[in-house]
Design a protein around this ligand. Structure first.
Ligand code: ADP
Length: 592
C-alpha cells in the first residue's frame, strides 16, 4: 500500500478524502494511475498563468467580493485559480479546469473556487453572486469527464465545489430501500457504506465509480443494473434557487413527511425535471431508490461475427428488452472496443495516420480469449437460478438466430478479462477498469457523440454509417457501442484524442460537429453532451421555431433574473448574455 504522497503510486483513499478510492480497489487504481502516467509523452510541466476574472467585472471589485466571501465562509474556503494547471488523472483531478480539454487547456477555467459546507452556505454564495453579478458554476465532484469535467461554461466563473465539504450520506433506509445523499458522495462511497452496514441491497454504478451520485444523476447519467436510469429512480431534491431561496421537491415540501424518498411526485407540478441538464438551481440533497439484492445473478456474453449482423441483432434485442427478458441497459460493443479495453496503445497494432484498418483489429482480437468477432453483447440475468434459466434460455434461442453467434463460457475467462468488470458493474459493484481504453492514444482524453434512436436495426445501421463516414474523413478510429435502454437506445461513440495535440483536438471537435448535424438531419438528437457542444445540440431541438428554448429562456429569466447561475449550460443563456455572441458553434470557432 502506498503511504506517502511523494510515492508515485500514491492514490488517495476514501478514508482520507471524499473523492478517494476504496481500499479494496487500491491496487487496481494504482495500476490505472501508472498506466495513465505512462502514456504521457509531452512535457507536462504546467504553464504559469495569470488570474482570469469573471467577464465584465473589474479586478478591484472581484478582489473585494472574494474578500467579503472569505469573511463569511473562512479564508481557506475561497481560492483563486491563479496556480499552475496540472491535469492529474481520474482519481486526482484538480477541479481547476477540464482535465480532458478539447479546447486550449486554459480556455474553460474558473476565476476561483468556493467550498461551501452547508445548504445555508450555498445560499450565502448565491446571494453574494447576485450582489456582485458574478457567474457561478456548481459541480458536485467534477468527474464529468468527456462532458467538461470540472470546467465552467463561462471563462472566469466562480466554481462552487460542493463535494469537498458536503459529502455526507444522510440516510440509507434498508426497509424502504432508499438513500439520501449530499453532492460529495461518490458511487464508491455509497457502495462501501451499504456493505459496511451489512444491508441486503445494491447500488447502481456507472462504468467508473468515482463520480458523484448527484452530479451523475442531474446530468442524466446511467448505470447497468435494472436501476440504471438514475434520474428515473431518484426521489426528492433539495435545491438552492438562483435567487438564494431553498426548496424541497415532491413530498419534501410537506413538513414532517416520511415519504420524501418513496413518492417522487408530491402534489402539484412535478418540478424536479427542470433541475436536470439545466441551470435553474443547485442541488444540495437528493434521494434515490436502491435495489433489493435479487437473490442471484449471472453475466452472459455473446459474440457475433459480421458487421451486417447489427441489423438483425438490434431487431432481436428490442422485444427482449421491452419485455424485460433482457433486464439491464446492456451493451453491444464493436470489436475495436474489445481491443481498446485491453489497455495497449493503438501503436501496438498500427502506426499509420488514418483510422486503424479493421483487418488489423480482427487479427489482434483472434488472439484473445473472446476470439474473432465484430459485435459483443454483455448482459446480466437476475434472480435465483430457476428464474434466470427461464430468461437465459429465451435469450440463447433468440441470439442464436444470428448465424455464427457464440455464447462464451465465463469460466474460460481469466480474472483480468474485461468481462468481469462488466459483471461487477451490472451487479452494482463500482470499478475502474473502463479507464483503460483512454490510453488508446498518448495523453489520452475522450469526448462522446451520443445520439438517441429507437431500437431498430435500420436506425442502428444509419447512425453507424454517419459515424464511420465522418471518422474516416477526419482520420479517427471509430469506437462505437450501443446502450439499450428500454424503448430506445443510445449509440455512444467515444473519440479518444491526444489532448496535447492541437490538430487532433480540432479533428475530434470538427468530426463531432459534423456528426451532430448529420444526425439531426435524420431526426436523431443527443442525450447529453460536452460543454463546448451544448449550444449546437440545443440548437437541433428547434421544433416550431425554437419553441422549447424560448420556454427554457422564459424560465431562466424568471428564476435567475441576474443571470448568475451557470450561464450557457445546456445552451440556456440568461437575458443579459443573449445575442452577444456567447454561443459556441461551428461558425464561432474554438474560443469560448
Ligand atoms: P460527477 O463528478 O458526478 O461526474 P460533476 O460534479 O462533474 O459530476 O457534475 C456534472 C455536471 O452536473 C456539472 O458540470 C454541473 O453542471 C452539474 N451539477 C453537478 N452537481 C450539481 C448540483 N449539485 N447542482 C446543480 N448542478 C450540478
Amino acid at each position: 500500500m502506498a503511504d506517502s504522497k511523494d510515492d508515485s503510486t500514491y492514490v488517495p483513499l476514501l478514508s482520507e478524502r471524499h473523492s478517494g478510492i476504496p481500499e479494496w480497489l487500491l491496487e487496481k487504481a494504482q495500476q490505472a494511475k501508472m498506466h495513465a502516467l505512462s502514456s504521457a509523452t509531452e512535457d507536462q510541466t504546467p504553464r504559469r498563468r495569470a488570474t482570469v476574472y469573471p467577464p465584465g467585472v473589474e479586478e478591484s471589485v472581484f478582489i473585494e467580493a472574494v474578500n467579503e466571501l472569505r469573511e463569511q465562509l473562512g479564508t481557506d474556503q475561497v481560492v483563486l485559480n491563479d496556480q499552475l494547471l496540472h491535469d492529474g488523472w481520474y482519481m486526482e483531478h484538480p477541479n481547476t479546469h477540464d482535465m480532458m480539454y478539447i479546447l486550449d487547456q486554459d480556455e474553460l477555467v474558473p476565476s476561483s473556487i468556493v467550498y461551501p459546507g452547508s445548504t445555508e452556505e450555498v445560499q450565502q454564495v448565491v446571494r453574494w453572486a447576485n450582489k456582485y453579478l458574478l457567474p457561478i458554476f456548481p459541480i458536485s465532484m467534477g468527474r464529468n469527464f468527456g462532458y467538461g469535467g470540472a470546467a465552467p461554461r463561462v471563462r472566469g466563473s466562480v466554481l462552487i465545489d460542493l463535494g469537498k465539504r458536503m459529502n455526507k450520506i444522510l440516510d440509507i433506509n434498508p426497509d424502504d430501500y432508499t438513500c439520501l445523499v449530499e453532492p460529495g458522495v461518490s458511487f464508491f462511497a455509497l457502495h462501501d457504506e451499504v456493505k459496511r452496514r451489512g444491508y441486503d441491497l445494491w447500488i447502481d454504478t456507472p462504468d467508473v465509480g468515482g463520480g458523484s451520485v448527484i452530479g451523475n444523476t442531474v446530468d442524466r447519467g446511467v448505470g447497468y443494473t435494472p436501476y440504471g436510469d438514475h434520474w428515473a429512480v431518484h426521489s426528492g431534491l433539495e435545491v438552492v434557487l438562483p435567487t438564494g431561496e431553498v426548496i424541497r421537491t415532491g413530498m419534501g415540501a410537506l413538513p414532517g413527511n416520511n415519504t420524501w424518498q418513496t413518492f417522487p411526485y408530491g402534489f402539484g407540478p412535478y418540478s424536479d425535471g427542470i433541475f436536470s441538464q439545466s441551470n435553474y438551481g443547485i442541488v444540495t440533497k437528493m434521494g434515490m431508490a436502491l435495489m433489493p439484492d435479487p437473490g442471484g445473478y449471472e453475466s452472459f456474453i455473446y459474440t457475433f461475427p459480421k458487421e451486417e449482423d447489427l441489423t438483425q441483432l438490434i431487431e432481436i434485442i428490442r422485444p427482449l428488452r421491452i419485455s424485460n427478458i433482457l433486464e439491464n441497459a446492456a451493451q453491444l460493443r464493436h470489436v475495436i472496443q474489445s481491443i481498446a479495453v485491453l489497455g495497449h496503445p493503438r501503436n501496438t497494432y498500427y502506426r499509420g495516420e488514418s483510422a486503424i484498418p479493421i483487418d488489423i483489429i480482427h487479427e489482434a482480437v483472434s488472439k484473445t480469449a473472446l476470439g474473432d468477432h465484430t459485435w459483443v453483447y454483455y448482459g446480466m440475468s437476475y434472480g435465483p437460478p430457476h428464474i434466470r434459466k427461464y430468461k437465459l434460455d429465451i435469450i440463447d434461442t433468440e441470439f442464436n438466430k444470428v448465424p455464427g453467434a457464440r455464447r462464451i463460457d465465463p469460466t474460460t475467462l481469466g480474472p483480468d478479462e474485461y468481462f468481469w468488470s462488466r459483471d461487477r458493474i451490472a451487479s452494482g459493484v463500482p470499478d475502474v477498469q473502463e479507464l483503460r481504453w483512454v490510453q488508446w492514444v498518448p495523453n489520452g482524453a475522450h469526448i462522446a457523440f451520443s445520439p438517441v434512436s429507437p431500437i431498430r436495426g435500420a436506425d442502428a445501421t444509419r447512425l453507424i454509417e454517419i459515424a464511420r463516414r465522418r471518422h474516416d474523413e477526419f482520420g479517427i478510429d471509430l469506437l462505437p457501442a450501443f446502450i439499450v435502454g428500454l424503448r430506445e437506445m443510445h449509440l455512444i461513440v467515444e473519440i479518444v484524442f491526444d489532448r496535447t495535440d492541437r490538430a487532433r483536438r480540432k479533428a475530434a471537435l470538427d468530426c463531432l460537429r459534423a456528426m451532430i448535424d448529420d444526425a439531426a438531419e435524420c431526426g436523431y438528437g443527443e442525450y447529453r453532451t460536452h460543454l463546448v457542444l451544448m449550444d449546437q445540440i440545443a440548437g437541433t431541438y428547434n421544433w416550431n421555431d425554437g419553441a422549447l428554448m424560448k420556454f427554457n429562456e422564459k424560465l431562466k429569466d424568471a428564476l435567475d433574473p441576474n443571470g448568475i447561475l451557470a450561464p450557457g449550460r445546456c445552451g440556456i443563456w440568461p437575458r443579459k448574455y443573449r445575442g452577444r455572441g456567447w454561443e459556441m458553434t461551428r461558425e464561432s470557432g474554438e474560443s469560448s
